[in-house]
Design a protein around this ligand. Structure first.
Ligand SMILES: [Zn+2]
Length: 282
């Protein structure tokens, strides 16, 4: 499978590739049931925490089975890797894409490690995503308003320097996006996104992190301005928890997980379908 080609086609057609994170079998089944309706390549994401819970080799085996079952490309990405060592292990285990998140580091340090990841990955045909700017928040529900400072956002000229020095295939910029769902969501700075896109060039794919909770019109606007990959985690986690609680409450005597799971799977399937429908037909 040529993953780069999948990204290039997605960019040319303004049809984004979705990344859905999982760490649990009900989540995975919900993702599969939703995504299989569209028959379009998608990404299974695991953060460091999610990948440690699943086990890297186990995650790779799962992805292979999912792909076999669906009959179209499914890409496995290590999301928000915080160290070279973990990403190296993921690449060695068979991940096809890795994201190094050095956004909390000074830019020089971020460039240094991202470059090291990129050079290790490229020799093995693995795609690398870098991150620049300070992406706030965590993948959960927040009671407060989202606060994003202008100084957290990615500077277009720094983005240009970053991609040139590191050789990444993809970049996650900060332009008003945030992890998690907030009482009031910020608006995306699409002008900044356009500027970043023109600086990084045609062949660096831009990634929208924090895809949960952003209004559809803004997601569509971001794709028009150059976003090629959209990450979704919070909305999947939220559906999992909410419906699992209900399922447990509705069936107080039930102890078989597979009998409690169908409602959860259905709810996650709905989340996936709703997002993919913004761009794809069933
Ligand atoms: Zn993220």
């Amino acid at each position: 499978m040529n993953i780069k080609k999948i990204f290039k086609t997605a960019q040319a057609k303004h049809l984004p590739i979705f990344q859905f994170n999982f760490s649990d079998l009900s989540q995975l089944k919900g993702i599969i049931n939703g995504a299989k309706k569209f028959k379009k390549p998608f990404i299974l994401g695991t953060s460091e925490g999610e990948s440690n819970f699943l086990g890297l080799n186990f995650a790779v085996a799962i992805k292979k089975e999912v792909e076999k079952e669906l009959g179209f490309p499914v890409i496995l990405n290590l999301d928000h890797g915080k160290s070279f060592d973990h990403l190296k292990k993921a690449i060695d285990a068979g991940y096809e894409m890795v994201h190094f998140d050095g956004s909390s580091l000074p830019i020089r340090e971020n460039i240094k490690i991202t470059k090291k990841v990129a050079s290790y990955a490229k020799k093995r045909g693995v795609l690398v995503e870098g991150e620049l700017g300070f992406l706030r928040g965590t993948s959960e529900i927040h009671r407060e308003m989202a606060k994003i400072k202008v100084k957290d956002m990615t500077l277009p000229r720094e983005a240009q320097l970053f991609v040139k020095e590191t050789g990444v295939d993809a970049l996650a910029p900060v332009f008003g996006n945030i992890h998690g769902i907030y009482k009031k969501m910020p608006s995306l700075d699409l002008k900044r996104l356009s500027m970043i896109k023109s600086r990084v060039g045609k062949w660096v794919f831009l990634v929208l992190h924090g895809g949960s909770g952003i209004p559809s019109s803004q997601i569509k606007g971001a794709v028009k301005k150059g976003i090629v990959k959209i990450n979704l985690n919070t909305e999947i986690r939220l559906a999992w928890r909410k419906v699992l609680e209900k399922s447990l409450k509705d069936n107080p005597q039930e102890v078989a997980p597979y009998k409690l799971a169908p409602q959860v799977i259905k709810a996650i399937e709905k989340v996936i379908v709703k997002k993919m429908k913004l761009f794809y037909k069933i």
